[in-house]
Design a protein around this ligand. Structure first.
Ligand code: SAH
Ligand code: SF4
Ligand code: F3S
Length: 431
């Protein structure tokens, strides 16, 4: 009889890719995937805890699963949320219908934990404090991201930004051997993937023996037609060499995600970010000098402890100066165990009012940048096609929709932008 799994993923791309590895382990055991939780023999919740909202969603979801799941199914909770102190035990108490709880360092053993549970029926709560094995890549991923393939280059983070839980739940930085990465990318390109996205909490600190991030990017620059992306970069570590590589590279997409978090020097220092507003703006200028239309995106937070109206105005000002094509905006969320949790907090109303102003400002920027593209032609990588309606992204990372019967998913095509509605671009194929 067929067995089915259902995986629900919260959080960042790193988690999305880890879920692909969990799926790989389950498929190795003969499971197939299902969208229907009631039909699943194994349900996995791969969790996130970067903000409080992510955690409350998981508890709400688990409450619903209790009645939805079929009898005898195995319920697994893993990922960043369970890696926090006491959460695994609390979860086991609050949700006794959960069968297996794992952290972030032992997810690669998922298959063995399930085998053990099915064999013995004994529930397991096992969260490690740090990585134990050198090789913990886990099963070959079962990829679900279409033409894009995620490739881990490093794990963990050493930066300890004062608001952030990630270094506590993902451990210290460790880089994958460069030849493993090159081999994986080579296989992926041979099997037809058109975009490779390198993953790490801070890819700029990639270090394997004498090889650094820039060496890895150079080694991935080849004559094969594909698009290379990476995330995430830390502004303190991004080098001028990278800007020149962007200008020369045949494969690097002309976009950069460079999270700024705040525009006030006082707040940046309190966040432990190790750069000033001017240093950040200089780095952006250096990139723009070499790659004029580079597509820029960023993460920004409002309502960090002690943030004044003036601090916020500086964030707003920075956002208006840079004019990001895409901005991810967050309200600061208290995370237990981080230094910022012990600082003087702002009230909810102030934080909400600030994010509303920021969202409004960014909306106008995105709209205006989008309208400036009308009439231009871009190289678009087609990622979706349904009934002749196509969707893809330009080399500057802008999303475009267009109609064509001739193109296929995975094609690179030239598309001329014919209209922009807010930030949504419509185009037509040009030959
Ligand atoms: N390593 C990456 C991303 C980490 S998490 C980086 O350094 O950019 C993704 C984003 O979540 C962060 O960039 C930050 O803007 C946001 N974030 C992290 N901790 C947060 C918190 N406590 N409250 C609100 N947003 C947070
Ligand atoms: Fe968190 Fe900072 Fe590390 Fe990013 S660099 S994961 S924001 S501690
Ligand atoms: Fe969330 Fe963990 Fe990613 S906390 S953002 S899933 S690293």
């Amino acid at each position: 009889m067929n067995k089915f799994y259902h995986i629900h993923t919260y959080g960042c791309q790193m988690n999305v890719h880890e879920s692909e590895k969990l799926a790989g382990a389950l498929r190795d055991r003969g499971y197939a995937s299902t969208d229907d939780v009631a039909a699943a023999d194994t349900i996995v919740m791969n969790t996130c805890c970067v903000r409080g909202t992510a955690e409350s969603k998981v508890y709400g979801h688990l409450g619903r699963l209790k009645s939805q799941k079929k009898r005898g199914s195995v319920l697994v909770v893993c990922g960043c949320m369970t890696q926090q102190p006491n959460v695994a035990n609390e979860l086991a108490k609050r949700c006794p219908f959960v069968d297996i709880v794992l952290g972030t360092f032992n997810q690669y053993l998922l298959g063995e934990y399930i085998d053990n549970f099915l064999h013995t029926g004994v529930k397991t709560v096992d969260v490690w404090e740090s990585q134990r094995d050198e090789n913990c890549e886990g099963a070959a991923p079962y990829r679900t991201s279409g033409i894009n393939a995620w490739v881990n280059i490093m794990y963990g983070c050493n930066n300890f930004c004062t608001y952030c839980i990630v270094p506590y739940v993902r451990g210290r930085e460790r880089s994958r051997p460069i030849y493993d990465i090159l081999g994986e990318v080579d296989d992926l390109l041979k099997s037809g993937y058109k975009q490779i996205t390198l993953l790490g909490q801070n890819v700029n600190s990639y270090a394997y023996k004498d090889k650094r991030f820039i060496d890895l990017l150079r080694m991935l620059d080849c004559d094969r037609k594909y698009r290379l992306k990476f995330m995430t970069s830390h502004p303190k570590d991004i080098s001028p060499e990278l800007a020149s590589l962007y200008a020369q590279s045949k494969v690097l997409g002309k976009s950069l995600h460079l999270p700024v978090q705040a525009g006030s020097d006082r707040i940046l220092e309190a966040m432990n970010r190790h750069y000033t507003r001017d240093e950040y703006l200089d780095k952006i200028a250096a990139f723009r000098a070499l790659v004029p239309d580079i597509g820029l995106s960023s993460d920004v937070m409002v309502g960090f402890p002690t943030e004044t109206e003036d601090d916020f105005m500086q964030t707003l000002d920075l956002v208006e100066r840079v004019r990001y094509n895409n901005l991810f905006m967050f309200i600061y969320s208290r995370r237990s165990g981080t230094p910022a949790d012990k600082m003087e907090q702002l009230d909810y109303k102030t934080k909400q009012a600030r994010i509303d102003r920021l969202i409004k400002a960014q909306f106008e920027i995105s709209k205006s940048l989008a309208s400036e593209t009308v009439g231009n032609t871009y190289e678009v990588l087609v990622s979706d096609k349904t009934d002749g309606h196509c969707y893809g992204k330009t080399q500057y990372d802008a999303a475009v929709s267009f109609d064509s019967d001739a193109v296929e998913v995975g094609d690179f095509v030239n598309v001329k932008i014919i209209s922009a509605k807010n930030a949504n671009l419509r185009g037509e194929v040009v030959l």
